[in-house]
Design a protein around this ligand. Structure first.
Ligand SMILES: [Mn+2]
Length: 346
């Protein structure tokens, strides 16, 4: 656990400056929470105004609810006039990540992130303020610590946003949470708007959502300890992650791999609930040289570009390598939702 270098943070900013804040594509609650809190910190402590740029659609119902209920507004990506801004801050991601493309033509002033450094050689030497610490369970916890270090009080909106971020990334402290995450979680819980938190936790769902889940159940095949759900086109990468999360809860199955095509990439998510298992090496093998991936512990996510490969070819590749990893090459897949007593059509 590191503490941020407050002087180098201060050195990035002059009163009256205006900066752009951004995060990874398809922002999640941790990214959104960190953005809201950083905006609050900059305004309260430095008289610096900021605009958010959010890239990629937000599709998961919880994330849409968070954005709407907390009134998180953003500029369109093409709407950034570089002459109006002194630079960019990136949170919950790093400029070198494949899923992170801060608007060009502006310097990256600062990076705050809890993922492993993107590339030891390239990134985080350019920005004036770089605080990357994988020992945090959430970037929102880092923002909580940063606000405390600058003695800035949270308002209810920023506290609610940060609370959503910490609870989402740590699964309510059950996953990769450190004592710092727990401290932030319990303090933020006292300050957050409980009604909003409840609405974000259990948002309304569209009919399309249930249709997509029906398709996912239909696509799912069991192979030994593995549930393999290789879908075609899906509305968002979050959908793939959500399916992987949901199916790993099936009793008796320890691994869930879901895939779906979106934005010209085949997204793949792996989840495991096997004690001590690590999802990353399995996914690293599965995406192979064709794709990229990240993650650790019980979750990993990645993608294979659909350039030069069709969806069907990528599905075949993922299936073959997944069965190799789990030693199930000779196993015949069994549909997840097969009805045992369904009359045979003749
Ligand atoms: Mn995060």
């Amino acid at each position: 656990m590191t503490l941020p270098d407050l002087d180098s943070f201060r050195a990035c900013l002059q009163p009256g400056d205006r900066v752009v804040l951004c995060t990874h594509r398809h922002p999640d609650p941790d990214g959104l929470g960190a953005l809201v809190a950083l905006q609050h910190l900059l305004r309260e402590a430095f008289e610096v105004e900021s605009d958010l740029v959010l890239e990629g659609r937000i599709r998961r119902a919880e994330n849409i609810a968070m954005r709407e209920l907390l009134e998180i507004t953003a500029l369109p990506k093409g709407g950034v006039d570089p002459s109006r801004y002194t630079g960019i801050f990136v949170v919950d991601a790093q400029p070198g990540f494949t899923h992170t493309n801060p608007p060009g033509a502006l310097n990256v002033l600062g990076v705050i992130d809890h993922h492993e450094l993107a590339d030891e050689k390239s990134e985080c030497k350019a920005p004036s303020f770089c605080w990357v610490d994988p020992n945090y369970g959430a970037t929102s916890t880092m923002l909580y610590d940063l606000l405390r270090a600058f003695d800035v009080e949270l308002d209810i909106r920023a506290a609610t946003a940060l609370f959503c971020g910490v609870r989402y990334d740590t699964n309510d402290l059950a996953r990769d949470a450190t004592p710092q995450d727990a401290e932030a979680y319990f303090q933020l819980q006292k300050m957050a708007d409980r009604r909003l938190v409840a609405h974000i936790d259990q948002p309304e769902l569209s009919r399309g959502y249930f249709r997509e889940m029906a398709d996912a159940i239909e696509s799912c095949q069991c192979y030994g300890p593995l549930l393999l759900t290789l879908m075609g086109e899906v509305p968002s990468p979050e959908m793939v992650a959500e399916v992987a999360d949901w199916f790993v809860r099936l009793r008796g199955k320890q691994w869930s791999l879901a895939g779906g095509a979106c934005d010209n990439r085949y997204q793949v998510s792996v989840r495991t609930d096997m004690p001590g298992a690590d999802a990353y090496p399995a996914l690293r093998y599965i995406v192979g040289a064709e794709g990229s991936c990240g993650g650790h512990g019980r979750m990993a996510g990645g993608q294979i570009p659909l350039t030069g490969l069709s969806v069907e070819e990528v599905q075949a590749l993922v299936r073959r390598r997944a069965l190799e990893v789990f030693g199930e090459v000779d196993t015949e897949g069994e549909p997840l939702a097969r009805r045992e007593n369904r009359p045979q059509a003749s």
